[in-house]
Unconditional design. Sequence first.
Length: 485
Amino acid sequence: AFAGHLPPRNAGFKKIEEQDRAFFRSILPEQAVRTSDLGPFNTDWMNKYHGKSDLVLFPRTTEQVSKILKHCNDNSIAVVPQGGNTGLVGGGVPVYDELILNMSAMNKIRHFDSASGVVVCDAGCILESLEETLGAEGFITPLDLGAKGSCHIGGNVATNAGGLRFLRYGSLHGSVMGLEVVTADGTILDNLSILHKDNTGYDLKQLFIGSEGTLGIITGVSIWTPPKPKSVKVALVGLDSFKNVQATYEKTKTHLNEILSAFEFWDKESLKLVLSHSIQGTRDPFDDQYPFYVLIETHGSNAEHDDAKLQGLLEDLMEGGEVVDGVVAQDESQSQSLWGLRESIPEACSKAGAVYKYDVSMPQSVLYQLVEDMREHMRSKGALGSKVTDVIGYGHVGDGNLHLNISAPKYTDEVQSLIEPFVYEWIQGHRGSISAEHGLGVMKGAVLPYSKSPEMIGYMRKIKEAFDPKGILNPYKYLPLTESK
Ligand code: FAD
Ligand code: MLT
Ligand code: ZN
């Protein structure tokens, strides 16, 4: 089996025994303690990381989470917090036999205030369900992801997920108003603030946003939601170079400014993959194929006004020669099929059998060069077309966020060593980040020094030790390993 760079099991962690299971049964309903058919909980979305846990707990309340963690901390039992298990860096599945604390049974909306747009909910609410409930009230979630049908809002906060509307509504560091968190020893930190402004000391919730289950279990989320736009427009354009993708972005910002909500790109190779697997009935939008595609979306309040702006942009782009072809969706179903092309790419990438994902951010001018250099690197090693099926690029170009994906028939140490450290050295050399939005998990803890200095990592360790001195929460992940942990 593919192992990547896995550390050995920490012998300091206790193996779960019958008396532990008996304790969990004493505080949880029967169906909340699961000991069989655990394959899906031990396997990640990419089928790349596999754990060997024989216990999954499904707490219903924050108090139950607190009792579970106190028992685990007292007995040195390692714990993996798990949301919808859609993470792409192996953070939500065990490395060895860690207890899985799955949050899906905590899925209630607690409170919604339409005056402020702030919703307070359990961490296990599925993003799409939250979006549907808010939609009925005239609001939307500030983030949207292709994984919305499965991922949890708690998992989104734990990974500081970015996604498809980040460009417009910004980071969760801005939209999360408060969190309820249970720390490793069972302490409940109730910081479910609904206030937009609150300068009363260190803003602890920020530490948990993007902490990937290493500092505490997020049980409740208070989050600001924007009003549902009255008008949504979607256009797709075909382009002949990445330089023109950049030029199109510059013009799009000028023309659409306050109504721009998404600017996503993908390359010809991504489209070919999607069409060859005809995921969700996707169809080629144009008669010809182009080296690059850009999807532009607007969220506005006046359809006529938004239409005029979008038309003005497209005319300017055609006249200037930045785009070669373009289509504007005429109704919601056409919008959805254009979005379908973009949202099907992650699934299409996995179809070859295995996919190595590199989610990186860089100055926009060099964003696509990494894909071209990786392709050339694979070709020079004689790997393209054999050990490696495709090298493709897509992503949130407005955020300087590239998704470099390398698909292959299977996960092997040989392919991984063709990609790494080449990819990380390249990113470091261009002052980029080795993780733009997917996080670190088990995949990137060891390579964090490519993006963070020893001093920064030193302070990150001190934070970890303050919240989780025994290191029971999501071990072997997130930080480079030391001798003891
Ligand atoms: P999981 O995968 O279950 O867990 C992720 C991490 O968070 C793990 O480390 C886990 O331990 C921790 N965790 C989960 N819940 C909690 C909790 N309640 N408390 C503490 N820790 C917790 N990401 C983006 O940023 N942008 C995208 O556009 C995007 N699109 C995606 C599209 C697809 C098709 C897929 C499969 C994934 C995509 N992702 C994207 C990856 C992204 O990280 C996840 O989809 C999402 O944020 C993870 O949520 P989850 O509930 O599935 O968490
Ligand atoms: C996306 O933008 O589609 C996601 O981050 C998932 C991925 O990178 O595959
Ligand atoms: Zn993404």
